[in-house]
Design a protein around this ligand. Structure first.
Ligand SMILES: Nc1ncnc2c1ncn2[C@@H]1O[C@H](COP(=O)(O)OP(=O)(O)OP(=O)(O)O)[C@@H](O)[C@H]1O
Ligand code: SF4
Ligand SMILES: [Mg+2]
Length: 326
């Protein structure tokens, strides 16, 4: 049986300065109806481009070399399939300030989204206003229409994010992709936005892809987690299980870098950063930063294998039964 969303073996490159650079390699992901999955990984790991491929809104210089993406059984890699999928998918882009037009009032922008989603179907002004108000309420934006008359710069970061969510809700999506929806928000607002997204997945039966570099957020708000590194999925599985027992050194490093109030646990970071050559490495993409690496790691990229129930990992050392610093 096919899943609601299925990405299989996605390979994507970008053309840059006369060169073709591999960015995503063999990315696979599945998502069911009403399920919330998180994609985590540090900057440049390929989270946003994976999401954009699902939405069919890739940058002009990006090319999908191979792989398939189906949404509700429809191939989204065709023009018609992408258009059909976009009817049911909404995305909250990474930077809310760049996704809403600073020159127009909230009401005008919400009307634009609504008119687009009505596809020429006529509705009275009252009907439209009522839909806009109910979307704002759904996103917990209250305030007797005052927000509608505001410009984006007059809104707080949290309110801007709620307006973005309300715009997404106007379209009644069956899949919402939220790309770093809480970056730059204070902790309390962050929590409110996340519990709003979780509530919507339950009440509106909406699936959610939550993109974040913050593992704490993934732990609280998703059922399944995909850990990406240098354009590859290196670990994937049930979120609680991954946090209890991460099997990939990179996931372990990310979890160890989460700040904790527990004084017995010291915070350890991962040295270095993703380099372009890691994406095209002959061996494991994480080898240049991995303290568990063995000779074999430099010869071939490990395949993603199920090493615990539902938990897939791409690591030779994990395959051999455990992480031991060498
Ligand atoms: N249009 C583009 N042209 C060239 N390179 C690009 C383009 N878009 C993305 N990239 C590169 O592809 C890689 C993956 O980008 P992507 O935006 O998916 O990363 P990300 O995981 O979302 O990172 P972040 O956490 O910083 O948002 C990065 O190295 C980025 O610089
Ligand atoms: S395959 Fe080797 S280099 Fe890659 S993560 Fe596992 S131990 Fe580290
Ligand atoms: Mg991104």
């Amino acid at each position: 049986m096919t899943s609601f969303l299925e990405i299989n073996g996605l390979n994507l490159s970008v053309h840059s300065d006369g060169r073709v650079l591999p960015i995503l390699s063999d990315v696979s992901l599945t998502l069911e109806r009403s399920e919330a999955v998180a994609i985590v990984g540090e900057t440049g790991s390929g989270k946003t481009l994976t999401a954009r491929a699902v939405m069919g809104v890739l940058p002009k210089n990006a090319v999908i070399r191979s792989g398939t993406i189906t949404f509700n059984g429809v191939n989204v890699l065709t023009k018609e399939g992408a258009a059909a999928a976009r009817e049911h998918i909404a995305m909250i882009f990474q930077n809310p300030m760049s996704s809403i037009n600073p020159l127009f009032r909230v009401e005008d922008q919400m009307n634009d989204v609504l008119n687009w989603s009505l596809h020429g179907r006529k509705e009275t002004k009252e009907e439209k206003t009522s839909r806009i108000r109910s979307a704002l309420e759904g996103a917990q934006c209250y305030g007797d229409g005052k927000i509608l008359r505001m410009f984006p710069f007059q809104l707080s970061g949290g309110m801007r994010q709620r307006v973005m969510i309300a715009m997404a809700l106007l379209r009644k999506p069956s899949l919402l992709i939220a790309d770093e929806p809480t970056t730059a928000l204070d902790v309390t607002t962050q929590k409110e936005i996340l519990s709003l997204l979780t509530k919507l997945t339950k009440e509106e039966k909406m699936s959610l892809i939550l993109i974040t570099h913050n593992l704490g957020i993934a732990r609280e708000s998703s059922m399944k987690t995909y850990v990406m590194y240098a354009g590859r999925v290196v670990e994937a599985g049930p979120t609680a299980q991954i946090f209890r027992k991460p099997l990939h050194p990179y996931t372990k490093g990310l979890i160890d870098s989460i700040p904790s109030l527990d004084k017995s646990r010291s915070m350890e970071g991962i040295d270095g950063e993703i380099a372009q050559q890691d994406r095209a490495a002959v061996g494991c993409c994480f080898a240049s930063r991995c303290s568990y690496a063995i000779d074999k790691c430099l010869t071939r990229q490990p395949e993603l294998k199920e090493l615990a129930p539902g938990q897939k990992v791409a690591c030779y050392v994990a395959e051999q039964g455990g992480l031991r610093v060498v």
